[in-house]
Unconditional design. Structure first.
Length: 120
């Protein structure tokens, strides 16, 4: 099951954005697969993002903040409940299996790394 099936259409779009943020965090080095498998809660994922040391030139406070905020939204939605985070086997699994990113018709799961949630 992707994101929760009880979501309205707008919550499914928000859930997809959470999934994109997870994929983006992985590609940019803010999250690793070992971070995801070692985390039991969304708060732990957020802590990993905030503590990540990314490659030179890849650091962006607004990007780090956007990813952390997206994870917090995912927690509030229920996509990133403690049970779901603890069960994830990789960053891709967390994004694709537990959010609506795989059902987003606007872009491919692997091809979209654009802006996620509002960063302001």
């Amino acid at each position: 099951m992707p994101g929760l099936t009880t979501y309205t259409a707008d919550n499914r779009q928000t859930s997809a954005l959470v999934g994109y943020a997870i994929l983006q965090a992985f590609v940019q080095g803010y999250l690793t697969n070992s971070n995801v498998t070692g985390a039991a809660t969304a708060d732990e994922l957020i802590a990993f993002v905030n503590a990540a040391v990314v490659s030179p030139g890849g650091e962006s406070f607004s990007q780090r903040n956007a990813i952390a905020r997206a994870l917090a939204v995912g927690k509030a939605l229920g996509d990133l409940s403690d049970a779901r985070v603890a069960a994830a086997t990789s960053a891709n699994d967390l994004a694709v299996t537990y959010t609506w990113v795989s059902s987003d018709p606007a872009a491919s799961v692997t091809g979209h790394l654009g802006p996620n949630l509002i960063t302001g």
